[in-house]
Write a protein that binds this ligand. Structure first.
Ligand code: GTS
Length: 208
């Protein structure tokens, strides 16, 4: 497998989780940062399967769609459960995180000024589902006893929500502990402390 190359814009955006996952797995990768003005010329867009980024290259193999990329990395790095049932549960949790991510992205890009407060007020009604799964599993991960790609995706979404509302996990002890423990994993900590991570805005419009 690999070498891996991510092609994306200069934001965390939809590459946040895959970068954290690769860092934690001790997997190196290269970045091709696309300037939006260059993107608007259309040549690169025309080569992308859905006309969008991110793209992951794994050697000569190119893949689009951030969650497909997470799944691919999950298969390559043994982060996709120990059997078919765990894999199905991990898929379910990743889709649940995607639902929350889409709500977050809609608020950030379309309704930040008018919808942020309502979004934060409603947030517990989404976080409580993840809290219940995390509390029930008791291992500190969503499924099984080691991190899967769904854990990396949830972790990254929760980091973004803590920037939006620093108290949002105060009533969710299992999620709070999850974020603390994931943040303290040595390779994740090194990555989160790196300039490469810190210099990137969370979202393309500067809102967070
Ligand atoms: N479902 C896709 C995924 O998960 O990868 C969505 C990808 C997507 O929306 N890409 C945006 C894009 O390429 C950038 S971002 O929203 O991820 O920041 N936009 C440029 C364009 O021309 O559509």
């Amino acid at each position: 497998m690999g070498p891996y190359t991510i092609t994306y814009f200069g934001v965390r955006g939809r590459c946040g989780a895959m970068r954290i996952m690769m860092a934690d797995q001790g997997q190196e990768w290269k970045e091709i940062v696309v300037d939006f003005a260059d993107w608007m010329k259309g040549d690169l867009k025309a080569t992308c399967v859905f006309g969008q980024l991110p793209k992951l290259e794994d050697g000569g193999f190119a893949l689009y769609q951030s969650n497909a990329i997470l799944r691919h990395l999950g298969r390559n790095h043994d982060a996709y459960g120990k059997d078919g049932k765990e894999a199905a549960l991990i898929d379910m949790m990743c889709d649940g995180v995607e639902d929350l991510r889409l709500k977050y992205v809609k608020m950030i890009y379309q309704e930040y000024d008018t919808g942020k407060d309502v979004y934060i007020k409603d947030l517990p009604n989404h976080l409580d589902k993840f809290e219940a799964v995390m509390a029930k599993n008791k291992t500190g991960f969503l499924v099984g006893d080691k991190p899967s790609f769904a854990d990396y995706s949830l972790f990254e979404v929760l980091l973004n929500h803590l920037v939006l509302c620093s108290s949002c996990l105060d009533t969710f002890p299992s999620l709070k502990s999850f974020v603390e423990k994931m943040s303290a994993r040595p390779k994740i900590k090194t990555f989160l402390d790196s300039e490469a991570y810190k210099k990137l805005p969370i979202n393309g419009n500067g809102k967070q």
